[in-house]
Design a protein around this ligand. Sequence first.
Ligand code: 23J
Ligand code: MN
Length: 260
Amino acid sequence: MSTDLLMQVAAAIAGGQIKVIDLTQTLRPSTPVFVLPPPFANSDPFSISVISHYDDRGPAWYWNNLSMGEHTGTHFDAPVHWVTGQHNPDGYTDTIPVRRMIAPAVVIDCSKEAAADEKFLLEPSHFQVWETKHGRIPDGAWVLMRTDWSKRRDPASFLNMKEDGPHVPGPSAAAMHWLVDNRNVNGWGVEAVGTDAGQAFTFEPQFPAHNLMHGSNRFGLASLCNLDQLPPTGSVLITTPLKIEKGSGSPLRVLALVPA
Ligand code: 23J
Ligand code: MN
């Protein structure tokens, strides 16, 4: 390959012909974290404390200590996150092939459906209708579900917890079966706190996005934003989780490259 191709990409980014879009939510102590009912253990929230701030503790430097669960804010789900994916030797945050951290994305726009129904479920027919308009979901692509859920800035309405569990849109079990059985995707990404629908604990299998995607060595992305700025096809995502030894996932910065 000529070096020209890569230099053309770099020049197009510098020149603005390729836009870089940030799909990441800002991490802060109020960042909503997924909540499981008893008897299950829950993740710690994000916390930050100053080590020094150009003061007695360090006169010329500012730095902080951080604490959080691996699945906090905009984050990456590695295959070993789920029991079905536990035997993938390359399924930990430190062993995932880095080649898979740069991949194209397609966006399924469910924003109108999610606005009308907080428990909207994406079905296989939505993928099929999408493909008649935009073509086949490419091998190795991320499939992203746009719901505009990230526009819910208040943590309570983002989690949307009700007496019968969270009311949050997501994929049906049939949709996840269709995707792993019929397309060779890199992973599944959403705007909600987790990759599964709020009621997915009642599905068969439970948490099908986790169960089926990770069981077939695919990745997850949760708490994405700015999906309304992506085209249905033609963007490329950069998704690099922290290299945590035997990690199950990690907060990360998600960048999308988009033709201007
Ligand atoms: C643990 C158990 C169930 C779920 C999750 C974590 C997540 O959503 C996650 O962040 O992976 S649904
Ligand atoms: Mn997760």
